[in-house]
Design a protein around this ligand. Structure first.
Ligand code: GRF
Length: 208
């Protein structure tokens, strides 16, 4: 590893199993990132307690900003900057972010999605995968852009959909993959080996 470890914040809303996978990976000496902060928009998120157990700084950004998006995102952004955060990992963070926030963190904000993007963007991915009868499902880590679940893919892995699968059995199989690919993807970004590139504009009739 060259250079100091990148300071990472993980944003959660719930149980935080992906957060835990990142914390565990980051304990390795040669891992290029450290989890410096965990932020939840819900004070009752189970992941907060796990982060505290791991002696990681935690913050709740919620009340009184619940309904005021701008104030909420300013408070979140302040918190991240106060802790010198360089990379933000969304991990089950159930709040849509505005283009203001995403613009400020462009190329430095990642998300994990429980499906093989661009298939099954949005919620209830496992149910929809079963209903669609796909043979392969999986998980994707991607850079966050304004459009939900649409940013450039950093890492993706598939799992088979088996006969008799329920939402729960499929979700469990996908979750195992999530815990593997999120630390890998964060490593790639922290080492500068995966970089965000805005889509190329095609210029017709360029002036010379
Ligand atoms: C994961 O399935 C993740 O892909 C999705 O939300 C879930 C969060 O689970 N975005 P956890 O809180 O990381 O356990």
């Amino acid at each position: 590893m060259t250079g100091p470890k990148k300071r990472v914040a993980v944003l959660i809303s719930g149980r935080g199993s992906n957060m835990t996978a990142l914390i565990e990976a980051a304990q390795a000496k040669d891992y290029p990132a450290e989890i410096a902060l965990v932020v939840s928009n819900r004070p009752d998120a189970a992941g907060l307690a796990r982060a505290r157990e791991a002696a990681i700084a935690t913050a709740v950004v919620d009340h009184p900003f619940g309904k005021d998006r701008k104030a909420f995102e300013r408070a979140l952004d302040d918190e991240l900057r106060k802790h010198g955060i360089e990379i933000v990992c969304l991990a089950g963070f159930m709040r849509l972010l505005t283009s203001w926030f995403i613009g400020r963190w462009r190329g430095r904000i990642l998300n994990i999605h429980p499906a093989l993007l661009p298939e099954f963007k949005g919620l209830d991915t496992h149910r929809r995968a079963l209903e669609a009868g796909v043979k392969q499902h999986g998980a994707t880590v991607h850079f966050v852009v304004e459009e939900t679940d649409a940013g450039p893919v950093i890492s993706q892995q598939s799992v088979p959909v088996l006969q008799g699968d329920t939402e729960a059995t499929l979700a469990a199989r996908v979750l195992e993959i999530e815990h593997r690919i999120y630390p890998e993807a964060l490593r790639l970004v922290a080492e500068g080996r995966a970089k965000f590139a805005a889509p190329q504009l095609e210029i017709k009739n360029p002036r010379v």
